[in-house]
Write a protein that binds this ligand. Sequence first.
Ligand code: 4GO
Length: 248
Amino acid sequence: MYFAVISIFPEMFDALTQFGITGRAISNGQVTVEGINPRDFTTDNYRRVDERPYGGGPGMVMMAEPLAKAIEFAKSQAKVQGCKVDSEHCPVVYLSPQGETLSEAVVMQYKTLDGMILLCGRYEGIDERLLSAYVDAEISIGDYVLTGGELPAMVLMDSVIRRLHNVMGDDASAEQDSFVDGLLDCPQYTKPLEFAEQKVPEVLLSGHHANIAKWRFVQQEKRTQARRPDLWQAFEPSKEQAKWLKNL
Ligand code: 4GO
């Protein structure tokens, strides 16, 4: 999968590309990340990408033209990388608080793409005409404001990359975590057997796989009811889970 990141701070993406599972997915060649700096597409001596807003007010706005050139370059690179370059196969995605909130459902859609071109704003944001002419989708990672779109872009990339086939060490582990079946995760335990006067639950030492599966599901149910009643309301249990719930 190909990711172009358009950012005046492309080095920030080292945090994603140099470490852990995402770093390995890139070394393996399963994922390609290319930083594209809109400053490289300016024509003035100062390499300016921002200007004062029409209508006045505080702060600066990113100008359309360097970003348009950066996006056009990103599209040519996406094609070199084997992407079909259209909004269906390799969309231009703008990270902003005005976007659709990222969820595991959105991630599952995005993981099927050839690639994406991620547009990271700074300052007060980007000239609206650039957005209406070039942006296919707008994503938010939550209801708060950040100083730039780079961290949200990395959040989106991480959530998509870990869902790609063969990226996680254990294929099952990506299937097990929170939200995949619509519930929060169960508690996890490892060595030692006792810590801070708390023992590991006996059932996890029993080797009885059916009992362990049931216990874990009941823990998920308890947690989800207590912490996320909205998720519990929407949850549809499997046949086996329905049976476990009846026997509580
Ligand atoms: C995205 C971008 C928050 C998000 C951003 C978010 N803040 N909640 N800031 O996903 C344009 C200039 C937006 C700074 C950017």
